[in-house]
Design a protein around this ligand. Structure first.
Ligand code: ZN
Ligand code: ZN
Length: 401
């Protein structure tokens, strides 16, 4: 195991995890929406024409009519460069609401996801700037309350492509992205986050375990190159009522697939509300010999794509998770706001963190190895029979969900 890149920060995180349930922040997108930003806000000066004025691609200097311009509205990660005031204010609002950890505004900052906006070349810069911005706000808030450390979590999102399933029902063997393309993209992103001072790296909203394995592989490469590491968190997403990820795994199978990376925490986020996640968080809490995290959406999306659970609703449900001994880290995903995080933080006050169990090592093959895409067949989707209270959909149905 490599030494910590920043031993004081890693030590402070591990100490805090022993003492209490740590609070993650809530949604970034939900908060950005409230600012009603328009195309010009997203573009700023540097991207005024829809392309990067500082970077000429395709062998020409950009100019009017060169065809490289893209609409940037909705490219939330670009706001780290063009409206850092907005992103910093969101980080600060979450820290002031009681979050111990804030997530960088880098969910889509991979060359793969940025290709939709013609800005693939920005991946490393956005990750570095995103980590620096989040760390800077943590520093400012810590300075007012030095007894309580705050952490910048460098976020690596799932990308908008899936490596293990075909997006085209007529071509089941087709893949929109390869392991190596993902690995290269994640390497670039991870290097940026580390350069920017991220205290932790989190591979989150994992719907395809193969994508996550590419991210974890790239992270290990980045650590090897530096001769030092930061703590890594992994958080999957259960995409339908059958209780599986998009690539078909139960929560336990997902854990066994990523355990080789020795993450400081394994968890679930997004997609479902807290209530629907309980059985799956419980499953992780029983099998994982590391910390367990949960940052759910504010309920299931309603007919308008919004989220209805109030801060009190979420705090009541997650408070019970905490008292049941399931949690080491808790926060919110889509639809959550600083008010949700404040209520959740309040619900965790005085609640003891889950005790990380010392478990027997996995049978050979279940851990170790390179982690390069292989999944042991008998553990691939179901390491154990599903709990009786889950109604399983037909296999074909869930793949299309
Ligand atoms: Zn051009
Ligand atoms: Zn979400």
């Amino acid at each position: 195991m490599l030494p910590w890149l920043n031993p004081a920060r890693a030590g402070a995180l591990l100490d805090a995890l022993r003492e209490r349930i740590l609070v993650l922040d809530g949604a970034m997108g939900t908060m950005i929406q409230q600012h009603g930003l328009q195309e010009d806000d997203y573009r700023g000066e540097r991207f005024a024409h829809g392309y990067d004025a500082l970077y000429a691609t395709h062998g020409h200097a950009h100019g009017p009519g060169c065809g490289c311009g893209h609409d940037q509205k909705g490219n939330n990660d670009l706001l780290t460069l063009t409206r850092p005031d907005v992103i910093a204010a969101i980080h600060r609002a979450y820290l002031e609401a009681g979050a111990d950890l804030v997530e960088t505004n880098t969910f889509n900052s991979t060359a793969i996801a940025l290709a939709d906006y013609g800005l693939s070349h920005l991946a490393r810069e956005l990750n570095q700037a995103g980590a620096r911005l989040a760390r800077g706000v943590c520093d400012a808030v810590e300075a007012q309350d030095p007894a309580r450390p705050r952490f910048a979590v460098g976020v690596l999102g799932p990308t908008n492509r899936t490596a293990s399933i075909s997006p085209d029902v007529n071509r089941p063997g087709h893949r929109a992205v390869t392991f190596d393309e993902l690995r290269d993209a994640y390497r670039d992103a991870a290097e940026g986050l580390l350069d920017g001072g991220a205290d932790v790296l989190m591979v989150e909203t994992v719907f395809d375990t193969l994508n996550a394995k590419a991210a974890l592989f790239a992270i290990e490469e980045a650590f090897d190159a530096r001769g030092a590491r930061v703590p890594v968190m992994v958080s999957g997403t259960i995409t339908d009522a059958s209780g599986r990820t998009l690539s078909g795994q139960t929560a336990e199978a997902f854990w066994y697939s990523v355990a080789h990376a020795r993450p400081v925490a394994i968890g679930l986020n997004c997609a479902l509300g807290a209530r629907e996640l309980r059985v799956h968080v419980d499953a992780l809490a029983q099998v994982a010999d590391t910390h367990v995290s949960c940052h759910p959406n504010a309920g299931l999306p309603n007919a308008f794509g919004g989220y209805d659970e109030t801060p009190e609703d979420m705090a009541r449900v997650l408070g019970e998770f905490g008292r049941a001994g399931l949690l080491n880290l808790v926060g919110g995903c889509c639809g959550t706001t600083p008010a949700h995080i404040a209520a959740i933080a309040e619900a965790m006050r005085g609640v003891r963190p889950r005790v990380v169990p010392a478990l027997a090592p996995l049978p050979s093959g279940g851990s170790g190895g390179s982690g390069r895409g292989e999944v042991e067949p008998d553990r691939a989707l179901d390491p154990a029979p599903p709990p009786p209270n889950l109604s399983l959909h037909a296999q074909g149905e869930e793949q299309n969900a």
